[in-house]
Design a protein around this ligand. Structure first.
Ligand SMILES: C[S@@+](CC[C@H](N)C(=O)[O-])C[C@H]1O[C@@H](n2cnc3c(N)ncnc32)[C@H](O)[C@@H]1O
Length: 192
């Protein structure tokens, strides 16, 4: 499932977090799914003089050729802005990031999420099953209509599990995004 249908939404989402950056540290971006045409990089990052590390399995000009799962594991503390523009849903990368991040520095995480498309036939994915306590094989018609609520449950559960909290969120969906969800969070250490 290739999703380049809503580049405008993706760029708007990134610009929102870049324009509202109010942390002390300068922005250090890990762009984990750069792609060969580097559309997001060109539209959202390139001309802003930002510190961007771009990764892709296929490599490319200015791109580190690597499996981002290993890179995230080894560099989870080296960045404060994570860009996960996968085709479907980068949950392995999300879990790897939270699992390996020991730094207390706040960070931004932006994600392209196509799971609402996958669950259109009522089958929960592993993460939905885990977060909502729905058996993996159970058919739940209409599941995709609850994607907002499900996403909130998933990230509430993950952040709590790793002692973080979400302090700001922005979700772009609907319109012509075709059940794709583009969302981002500001995430801070939960000291409560
Ligand atoms: C949706 S495309 C990215 C589009 C891109 N962000 C853009 O702005 O044009 C997904 C890309 O992620 C890469 N990719 C998929 N799995 C990966 C992994 N585990 N590590 C690194 N790159 C990966 C693919 O090679 C593909 O180029």
């Amino acid at each position: 499932m290739v999703d380049n249908t809503n580049l405008t939404a993706k760029v708007e989402l990134r610009n929102y977090f870049l324009d509202n950056w109010d942390y002390e540290q300068p922005i250090r971006i890990m762009e984990a799914f750069t792609g060969q045409s580097r559309k997001i990089y060109k539209r959202a990052y390139k001309d802003k003089g930002l510190d961007v590390t771009s990764l892709d399995l296929k490599g490319g000009d200015g791109v580190i050729k690597t499996d981002n799962r290993a890179f995230i594991r080894d560099h989870a503390n080296d960045f404060n802005f994570f860009d996960f523009d996968d085709y479907g849903a980068p949950y392995e990368q999300v879990i790897t990031l939270f699992h390996n991040r020991t730094s207390n520095e706040p960070f931004v995480l932006v994600i392209t999420d196509g799971v609402a498309r996958y669950i259109g036939y009522g089958h929960p994915t592993k993460l939905v099953s885990y977060a909502c306590r729905v058996p993996l094989k159970m058919k739940v018609w209409g599941l995709s209509s609850f994607w907002n609520e499900i996403t909130q449950m998933i990230y509430t559960k993950i952040t709590k599990r790793y002692n973080f909290k979400i302090t700001k969120a922005k979700i772009i969906t609907g319109g012509n995004t075709g059940k794709m969800y583009y969302y981002g969070f500001c995430i801070e250490r939960d000291r409560s």
